[in-house]
Design a binder for this molecule. Structure first.
Ligand SMILES: NC(=O)c1ccc[n+]([C@@H]2O[C@H](COP(=O)([O-])OP(=O)(O)OC[C@H]3O[C@@H](n4cnc5c(N)ncnc54)[C@H](OP(=O)(O)O)[C@@H]3O)[C@@H](O)[C@H]2O)c1
Length: 342
């Protein structure tokens, strides 16, 4: 199986390489594709050094699978070329997420049909926004079991969610009290929180907030018109997004039924009691979505509150993309664990 990683030298690309290293179906060295800027970069795979090469149409021609994590522009240029040559392409950027012809997939919630999307069929699938994914694993189970009337989210997003330049800027700010933004963030992130992620939109939202709303409506079952609000906040945390979610169910919350449904949800770990919770520091480096602080709204019988934490580079990006590939290949269960793991 020939797998390519477009944007291999980036944070998500490197995480993909780590994930692929322990998957048994990956029986050849992946092809590491970058721009001319980082061609020649060496990355370790299963104890050997692989060299990143500049992307061109020829390099994409022989691939069975292409995992894209090189941003919107590169995805727009290369994903259709690879899919046109027959590869199964999973893109992490926002470039195709709202295209009706492109599935937007969280495997635990709306898995692709195995057999219809494997290599040789030229399928393009979009990986959702990192915050969207972890909210969807939690809210998808509720939507299916109880129906949703509303969803409100406040995201607390790690610096690594904005890529390697963002981490470098944060490090610089920690050393230099006068440094700020550096073209990555609108203001200083060290010792601060910024309720502004992505470009400003005319109605008052920032782009990240609109992404969460639009993407959840595409992914959650029966939720095409679900009222969704989001305030997206960047916080000085290395890796791991946290989201305070408030869902309004179709009927009154029956906590033992809710806990039963969430306990049975693949890819989700439910904390033992309403005061228990996970933190980004504890969850970084793990593939699951952690749900804690689960409680009913005090004044509204249909409202359910939760604290939802996941690793943005793994479940929010690389792991979700590899799960999608494994579902298309017919490997593993709904959480992707199983046949694909070594
Ligand atoms: N970070 C996260 O938590 C996260 C989560 C979900 C989705 N995503 C999405 O995943 C993508 C990558 O994010 P990231 O955090 O890994 O960013 P990053 O650390 O900035 O890495 C981006 C990579 O893409 C490469 N690249 C840029 N333009 C390219 C081109 N034209 N052709 C080939 N390679 C190119 C860059 O290397 P060179 O320019 O040096 O070649 C770099 O290796 C973005 O679309 C992002 O929105 C990220």
């Amino acid at each position: 199986m020939k797998v390519g990683i477009l944007g291999a030298s980036g944070l998500v690309g490197r995480t993909m390489l780590e994930v692929l290293a322990v998957r048994s179906w990956v029986d050849e060295d992946p092809l590491l594709l970058v721009s001319g800027r980082s061609a020649g970069t060496k990355l370790s795979f299963r104890g050997r050094e692989l060299v990143c090469v500049e992307t061109d149409a020829q390099s994409l021609a022989g691939l069975d699978v292409l995992l894209c994590s090189a941003g919107r522009e590169a995805a727009g240029q290369w994903a259709p070329v690879a899919a046109g040559a027959g590869a199964l392409v999973v893109d992490n950027s926002s470039r195709f997420r709202l295209d009706e012809g492109v599935p937007l997939v969280v495997p635990e919630v709306n898995p692709p049909a195995a057999g219809r999307c494997g290599p040789g069929k030229g399928t393009l699938i979009a990986n959702p926004n990192c915050s969207t994914i972890q909210i969807a694993v939690f809210a998808g189970a509720l939507a299916r079991a109880f129906g949703l009337r509303e969803l409100h989210a406040v995201t607390l997003q790690a610096v690594s969610g904005a890529g390697q330049n963002a981490l470098a800027q944060w490090e610089k700010e920690k050393r230099d009290p006068d440094a700020a933004g550096g073209g990555v963030f609108p203001r200083r992130i060290a010792g601060n929180v910024l309720p502004a992620i992505g470009p400003a939109l005319p109605a008052g939202d920032f782009e990240e907030e609109a992404k969460v709303r639009r993407e959840l409506r595409r992914i959650l079952p029966g939720c095409r018109d679900l009222p969704v609000t989001c305030t997206a906040v960047r916080v000085p945390v290395h890796t791991g997004h946290s989201v305070a979610v408030r869902c309004v169910l179709e009927g009154p919350v029956d906590m033992s039924r809710v806990r039963g449904v969430l306990d049975g949800q693949a890819g989700l770990v439910l904390a033992s009691d309403p005061h228990a919770y996970a933190t980004p520091l504890e969850v970084a480096g793990t593939p699951l979505v952690h749900v804690g602080r689960l409680r009913a709204g005090p004044d509204q019988p249909r409202a359910l509150l939760a604290w939802v934490v996941a690793d943005n580079l793994l479940k929010g990006a690389a792991w979700n993309a590899v799960q999608i590939v494994e579902r298309c290949l017919g490997l593993g269960g709904p959480d992707g664990n199983g046949a694909g793991a070594t």
